[in-house]
Design a protein around this ligand. Structure first.
Ligand SMILES: Cc1ncc(COP(=O)(O)O)c(C=O)c1O
Length: 371
């Protein structure tokens, strides 16, 4: 593809720090870069505790585990989501209960209480594509019904609700540092919390729940996991984090240029930014509506012919083939609309204004040809 949807950017110190980790001989999951990445990540976004993990999916599974969520517990989640949090819920033995999304492409807060039963134990908010969900309202629902609150922040590193970063509203929050994320460690993740006890549990269980001292090392305090990040990955993470503000500014700039150039084309729904939200525009998504003149799939094929890669939006939970046979409690018209008509455009950090202009002029041409 001439213009791919995503590629990682290395800012400055990545190679140097990874080389240092190698030269110092700390290549597994102990080492100074692990400690530094956790400390820097927590202080960058005002979290009290942060613990690195091997990827975002494992972060979610670990968070569910340390929060004591499992067998038979119902967990409310947006129907429109990447499937990793659903996998984590099912792996924990719990039941995902999807709720439709609103025009911000996040969980429709007004509908949540219709889905709460006496088995509901938590809300797992997934912030989609850069725009945060309305956390103050969701938190008040959790408080009212005594529910735990988790945030999946994989797609919203650095986003805010009011003055407060995502990831600090819930009991535990999870991040991914996959190669297409705002900062990357290749594969990797983080679990953050302001609760010391939860942090200590997560920190121990991700590392096999070894005993506390040399003598008791192999007398494990609980069932453990190997969900560890390596020091090599953390070295990458430290270097990426040094430029996280620039990365976010670049994402916002890309979105502003796309918004300006696509504003006058009929039949395109563009991403919004609520007054209370800071959208970090992880990717630039659009939704194709009738007025555009062709379907989402046709647009994708025509863009591909011009060397422009796109990615369609997530397939909602209620339409997943692996959940055939489940009875879902809602209608999910918004999430179905997004799943069928949404796509995201090239959005990587190094994308130039000229490339964005090229993408937009091809879209405009396709739109005109359809008339
Ligand atoms: C919202 C969300 N949650 C979780 C994940 C899973 O993270 P990982 O790929 O690091 O396991 C992703 C994407 O990768 C994601 O977009």
């Amino acid at each position: 593809m001439k213009i791919p949807v995503s590629k990682p950017v290395f800012w400055k110190n990545e190679e140097e720090y990874v080389n240092q980790a190698m030269q110092e001989g700390w290549i597994s999951s102990k080492g100074r870069f692990i400690d530094q990445f956790e400390k820097d990540f927590a202080s960058q976004f005002n979290y009290q505790y942060a613990s690195t993990v091997s990827n975002g999916t494992n972060a979610l599974h670990l968070a569910l585990d340390v929060l004591g969520l499992g067998e038979g517990d119902e967990i409310i989640i947006p129907d429109f989501t990447m499937m990793a949090p659903v996998f984590a819920i099912l792996q924990a033995g719990a039941i995902p209960v999807p709720v439709d999304v609103d025009y911000t492409w996040n969980i429709d807060v007004g509908q949540i209480e219709n889905y709460i039963t006496d088995k509901t134990k938590a809300i797992l908010v997934v912030h989609n594509y850069g725009h945060p969900a309305n956390m103050p309202l969701i938190k008040s629902i959790c408080d009212r019904h005594k529910l735990l609150l988790m945030e999946d922040c994989a797609e919203v590193i650095g986003a805010k609700v009011g003055d407060q970063y995502v990831g600090s509203w819930g009991d535990a929050s999870c991040f991914s540092f996959y190669a297409n994320k705002i900062i990357t460690t290749g594969e990797g993740g983080m679990i953050v919390t302001n609760n010391k006890e939860l942090y200590e549990k997560a920190h121990s269980r991700k590392n096999m729940a070894f005993g506390c001292d040399n003598q008791s090392r192999f007398n494990h305090s609980s069932v453990g996991f190997n969900y560890r990040m390596t020091n090599l990955q953390a070295a990458l993470g430290v270097a990426q984090l040094e430029f996280v503000e620039q990365a976010i500014a670049k994402k916002i700039h890309i979105a502003q240029v796309y918004k300006r150039l696509l504003a006058d084309i009929d039949g395109l729904e563009l991403p919004c930014e609520e007054t209370w939200a800071k959208n970090v525009y992880w990717v630039f998504g659009i939704v194709i509506t009738e007025g555009f003149g062709c379907s989402r799939n046709t647009l994708q094929d025509l863009l591909e012919e011009k060397g422009i890669e796109t990615r369609n939006f997530f397939t909602p939970i209620h339409q997943q083939q692996f959940l055939k046979g489940y009875t879902f409690p809602g209608k999910y018209s918004n999430s179905r609309k997004l799943g069928e008509n949404g796509l995201y455009l090239p959005s990587y950090m190094d994308l130039s204004d000229d490339e964005i202009e090229e993408v937009c002029s091809v879209i405009l041409q396709i739109h005109r040809n359809m008339k």
